[in-house]
Design a protein around this ligand. Structure first.
Ligand code: NAG
Ligand code: NAG
Length: 487
């Protein structure tokens, strides 16, 4: 400040026809800063330009002849970090461009333009904002520090943080520690890396009703998938499933291990090895997912995947929830046939829905909701005898999965009652009919038998009857013969 007053005072005292103003320029470290210096109206002839830095001497100067000089330390390995674009001179613009701004570039700069008739002086204050995130790729639980620094610090400025565009309120995992550093205020946050801290950090410097923003990214790397502990994976018994465990790109996890945890315990001493049916599903070193072709009902439970990264053991636990349909369909006709949708863990399930799935000739499936609830009475289905049944289960965020009941059996079940009844009736009628016929036959046989018995009681009588009839026939024949001879 004192320096500025000195400059103005000195300049005003020494020069006549001087116009002077102070401009504030905020630039992010590493970026390009433009320190404005414009004269209007533009000078008619070539001007001599001199850029100086307070305490730093000449930065750059150009003589009327066109000769240029760079100040000591401003040429970066032969390539100057500063320049004044020539093509702007004609418009009276002698702005200084500084590339790859460094923290120690911050300070006051003076631009002096002489074109013979007038002398223009401008003072520009360059303030360099440095945001650092260290390390920029952190492992969960590792130390992390995020700081914002303005050089030189503008008196009266305020500094705030945003994370992914939202105002950031430090919580347990990270604390703001302001470091008074010889009058320069820094904002430093230190803590342990968590996924919550992942994203774009913005340091907002508010000064004289203007905001200057500088952003830096913090990634917290570890296990990308699953993204949180105790993730639930749903699978129907008999279906294939993959338990994910994917480390972040760029990491080299060592000693990766999968374990099965005992119910309700996270202690490693109770961990067992995976069921033998599970096997690694990828050859990628970062993808430690395991899969199984056919989930068994005993596979439900808690699992944990872990690996060592940078000396720190990272792990994710997840739960395999097994779904199956249990039926109480028995051979006894009258038992109510029900299907029950059964899950090995219900903590996320809010709703069940039974759907009837049918496939048309093209093989495309269509579904029809049958009912809500986890128990389905088969008689709800009367009329539908093809396709399959699926139990869908839902959580707060939507569908979690489904389990299908494959049913060539279903057609038998569908109308069990009705079909059973008509079968019985038919059988009863048939049997009765047979019985009736049998009775009739027996009755007839009995009558025949009785008749024969009666005849056999009188065999002589029968002979007599027979003889009598024979005699009658003989007589008749003789009578006919006699009549013929008479003629
Ligand atoms: C089968 O597909 C054809 C052509 O895509 C379509 O015209 C026809 O309606 C479909 N049939 C059924 C039963 O969906
Ligand atoms: C059941 O889940 C599988 C896999 O997510 C899906 O392809 C299928 O359409 C679902 N079936 C029903 C009836 O929701």
């Amino acid at each position: 400040m004192l320096w500025e007053y000195f400059i103005f005072g000195g300049v005003a005292f020494l020069m006549t026809g001087v116009r002077c103003e102070v401009t504030q320029v905020f630039a992010e470290a590493g970026s390009q800063a433009v320190l404005p210096c414009k004269c209007s109206p533009p000078s008619a002839s070539a001007a001599a330009i001199l850029w100086t830095k307070a305490h730093g001497g000449t930065v750059w100067r150009k003589q009327k002849s066109g000769m240029q000089y760079w100040g000591y330390g401003w040429a970066n390995q032969g390539t100057p970090r500063i320049q004044c674009p020539y093509d702007e001179f004609g418009r009276g613009d002698y702005s200084l461009h500084i590339t790859d701004v460094r923290e120690d570039d911050g300070g006051d700069y003076i631009c002096r333009v002489d074109d013979g008739n007038q002398r223009v002086l401008k003072v520009v204050t360059l303030r360099v904002i440095t945001v650092s995130v260290s390390p920029s790729v952190a492992v969960p639980g590792g130390d992390v520090s995020i700081s914002c620094d303005v050089t030189p610090w503008p008196m009266g400025a305020t500094l705030r943080w945003r994370l992914n565009g939202n105002p950031f309120v430090p919580q347990n995992e990270i604390k703001e520690v302001s470091i008074p550093d010889g009058g320069v205020t820094k904002s430093v946050m230190e803590g342990k890396a968590t996924e919550r801290l992942t994203g774009v950090w913005t340091c907002v410097v508010h000064y004289q009703r203007k905001e200057s923003l500088v952003t830096k990214r913090l990634s917290v790397k570890g296990i990308d998938d699953p993204s949180s502990d105790n993730t639930k994976v749903y699978a129907a018994v008999g279906s294939a499933v993959t338990l994910p465990c994917v480390f972040s790109p760029g990491l080299t996890p060592s000693n990766p291990v999968w374990e099965r945890l005992s119910a309700g315990s996270l202690s490693p001493s109770t961990a067992r090895s995976l069921p033998p049916s599970f096997s690694l599903s990828s050859q990628q070193p970062l993808d430690r997912s395991v899969s199984v072709g056919e989930v068994g009902s005993e596979d439900g439970g808690r699992y944990r995947c872990s690996g060592t990264v940078g000396g720190r053991r990272l792990s994710r636990s997840l739960q395999l929830v097994v779904a199956k349909i249990e039926s109480n369909v028995r051979s006894v006709k009258k038992a109510p046939a029900t299907l029950t949708c059964h899950l090995s863990d219900l903590s996320e399930v809010t709703e069940y829905e039974w759907v009837h799935v049918t496939y048309d000739l093209n093989g495309s499936e269509s579904t029809r909701s049958v009912q809500k609830g986890n128990v389905l009475r088969i008689d709800k289905l009367a009329g539908d005898s093809s396709g399959e049944l699926a139990c869908r289960f839902y959580g707060k965020k939507g569908i979690l999965g489904n389990v299908t009941y494959h049913v060539p059996l279903m057609s038998g079940l569908t109308g069990a009652k009705e079909a059973g009844l008509s079968d019985n009736t038919a059988m009863v009628i048939g049997l009765s009919f047979l019985l009736l016929v049998l009775l009739l036959v027996v009755a007839q046989m009995y009558r025949n038998h009785q008749r024969r018995k009666r005849i056999f009681q009188f065999p002589a009588l029968e002979t007599i009857v027979h003889t009598i009839s024979n005699e009658r026939e003989e007589r008749e024949r003789n009578r006919v013969k006699n009549e013929d001879s008479l003629v």
